[in-house]
Design a protein around this ligand. Structure first.
Ligand code: SF4
Length: 434
């Protein structure tokens, strides 16, 4: 029996993990990111974005594989909305949530209705089996492709998982929904063994995955500073001090020791999900962190020599232009070293997706035509706010950036692309849940 793990475009960490589990169980398995190289009796496809559900190429290849007798199974972040995956891509089976146990039971030939985390069609009804999360995250080494060293995901060749879960409730985020709010951490020795293998295979820089890096081995909201320090120190000994990145850390999950460790054993940056400068919008987002805490956290980072990147969400349903201005004021005040600006994306199964479904398009900034300053550009309100914030951010960075004509056009294109993607994602939600 030949098995193929297909991870379109990039090798996702999850695809490599599933490949490793299959290999360890004694099956012949290959991993590829190229459609042309897919072949096998069982094809596991790892998808992370709603936009991939709309890819005609993926849809066609699935149909062809099924016609030729392969069994096609889809997992990954998109599986949070299995009806949508079944409806759009028509695989044989969707594995929802955590797939480690499920994948092996499928290959062992167990009846699908007896396997947890399965969703599939049986004639015209959809069967969903019980959901289960693994009690302990322990598994064989991942299946790492030989060309992993050529990959570039925000500067890193791969992510590496340290723990699952987040105590947060951010309305736009899938992490607590897929992995729960209790923190389950991997053993340090397993993480480092895996990191060694990635390094041998050509990975020069890794980024931690898992929501908030400093929650590693924490008990709920009680941080385990020493565990986090041991983790990034151990990784930095493998990859080098400037080749470990812990992208996202909640602003209320830092301490002096954690910041010193970030400075000493990583690229020296912290990425805060700041989202908005408006307490009202932060309440809508269930963020639980307000601008005063952000100001203090940013100041504390700078005292410890840690640079700060902030991510901001614009065009959240219910956000007004006054809220938008508050966010701009906060950006100006804290002067982040770098910024990421995105329009609010209703990721399936999140509270934001529910809110978007309840919000008529006529009240949703993603659809309302903008009639203010940027009217001649024919943007929606969400696009105009994203574009406006990108322009504003250039003046507010710690080292200000001159907005050249080229950058202006880049931001405009980015705002329009985000707007288009969000409308497509919203239409898909409406198709399956209205
Ligand atoms: S803190 Fe980060 S990982 Fe946790 S729920 Fe919020 S966005 Fe998600």
């Amino acid at each position: 029996m030949k098995i193929c793990v297909f991870s379109p475009g990039i090798y996702t960490y999850g695809a490599m993990v599933i490949g490793g589990i299959i290999r360890e169980a004694g099956y012949e398995v290959a991993i590829t990111k190229n459609i042309a190289e897919i072949a096998g009796n069982f094809i596991f496809i790892s998808l992370y974005s709603t936009q991939q559900l709309l890819s005609p190429g993926i849809k066609t290849v699935i149909r062809n594989l099924k016609d030729s007798g392969s069994t096609v199974i889809i997992g990954g972040a998109v599986s949070a909305d299995p009806e949508m995956v079944l409806g759009e891509l028509e695989p044989d089976l969707v594995v929802t949530g955590e797939g480690e146990v499920t994948v092996l039971k499928i290959l062992h030939g167990d009846e699908w209705d007896s396997i947890p985390n399965c969703v599939y069609r049986d004639d015209d009804k959809i069967v969903k089996t019980k959901k289960e999360r693994v009690a302990e995250i322990s598994r064989p080494l991942p299946l790492i492709p030989d060309d992993i060293g050529n990959q570039n995901i925000r500067g890193a060749q791969t992510y590496i998982e340290t723990h699952r879960g987040c105590f947060g409730r951010c309305s736009f985020c899938q992490v607590p929904l897929i992995f729960g709010r209790r923190i389950r951490s991997r053993k340090l020795e397993e993480i480092l063994q895996e990191a060694e293998l990635f390094h041998q295979k050509g990975v020069r820089r890794v980024a931690l995955i898992g929501g908030t890096g400093s929650l590693y081995l924490s008990k709920g909201e009680v941080l385990n500073e020493d565990a986090f320090i041991g983790l990034i120190k151990g990784l930095s000994e493998i990859f080098g001090q400037k080749n470990v990145s812990c992208p996202d850390i909640r602003a209320d999950c830092i301490t002096d020791k954690i910041l010193d460790a970030v400075r000493n054993y990583s690229v020296g940056w912290i990425f805060f999900g700041i989202e908005s400068g408006s307490p009202r919008v932060l309440d809508l987002m269930q963020k639980g962190i307000y601008p005063d805490s952000i100001r203090q956290a940013v100041e504390r980072c700078r005292e410890h020599g840690v640079r700060v990147a902030g991510s901001f969400i614009t065009g959240y349903p219910g956000e007004t232009w006054e809220d938008h201005e508050l966010t701009k004021d906060l950006i100006e005040e804290i002067a982040p070293d770098d910024l990421f600006i995105s329009s609010a994306e209703p990721i399936p199964s999140t509270p934001l997706a529910d809110l978007v479904l309840k919000t008529p398009d006529s009240d949703n900034p993603a659809f309302i035509p903008h009639v203010g300053e940027y009217k001649p550009l024919h943007l929606t309100e969400a696009e105009a706010r994203a574009f406006d914030m990108m322009l504003h951010a250039d003046n507010c960075r710690m080292i200000p950036r001159l907005t050249t004509e080229e950058l202006y056009q880049t931001y405009l294109k980015e705002a329009r692309t985000q707007g288009e993607d969000i409308r497509r994602a919203t239409h898909l939600l409406q198709k399956y849940h209205h």
